[in-house]
Design a protein around this ligand. Structure first.
Ligand code: MG
Length: 216
């Protein structure tokens, strides 16, 4: 199932049959390297919150698992736009963060289950399961783990967490670290000066079908 350049798809993070976040994104390219998408500033998004309106990251996981029923709160991608690359079959994606002037700031490696695509005719998208551990990579290729504490905290609750194999996540992270340290694609400067098509306005509202059941 290939996406077309310029197509607006619905990129989602899902876990345990629920939607955790929704980010409509524009397809830049979809080829044998992977899927490259652009999330524009001002894009309508949604994120999972507990009954009291707080998100997963604003409380300990032990508290979160007691806080259902969960719902999706609407929001806006207010920060600088982000380019995301989902390599074919990989258990991670790479994000290019920018500043307000559009200059490249750093890469962000998001460890996640390989994306599962869906196409309902009117709406199409890709669902991942975020595995929480991340790597921040500076332009000089120095790097550091991010959120390893959160990852460990959640792993202590296997009946409620969505990552079954801690070792596999770390192994994927270390594989990417080798690429980083070698300055290999995509950490070789590719797309650091990417410019989106000026016609790619964000959608005014979440596209119909954004909340269809998770594909994973
Ligand atoms: Mg993450």
């Amino acid at each position: 199932m290939g996406f077309k350049p310029g197509q607006l798809i619905i990129h989602r993070n899902v876990h345990r049959g629920r939607i955790a976040w929704v980010r409509p994104a524009r397809v830049v390219a979809d080829d044998d390297r992977g899927l490259l998408v652009w999330v524009a500033r001002g894009t309508p998004v949604a994120g999972e919150v507990a009954a009291d309106g707080r998100g997963l990251r604003s409380m300990p996981f032990a508290e979160w698992i007691e806080q259902g029923p969960y719902r999706l709160a609407p929001g806006t991608w207010a920060g600088p736009p982000v380019l995301k690359f989902l390599p074919v079959g990989a258990s991670h994606s790479v994000w290019w963060f920018r500043d307000d002037e559009g200059r490249f700031v750093n890469w962000y490696v998001n460890l996640e289950e390989p994306g599962v695509r869906w196409d309902d005719g009117g709406a199409a998208g890709i669902d991942i399961v975020d595995q929480d551990l991340d790597i921040v990579v500076r332009p000089d290729l120095s790097w550091e783990w991010k959120d390893e504490g959160e990852f460990a905290e959640r792993l202590a609750h296997p009946d409620h967490y969505w990552v079954p194999d801690e070792a596999a996540v770390w192994a994927e992270g270390w594989r990417v670290v080798k690429q980083i340290e070698a300055g290999e694609f995509p950490f070789d400067g590719t797309w650091v000066d990417f410019t989106p098509d000026p016609a790619w306005d964000p959608p005014p509202v979440l596209p119909p079908g954004w909340d269809r059941p998770p594909a994973v």
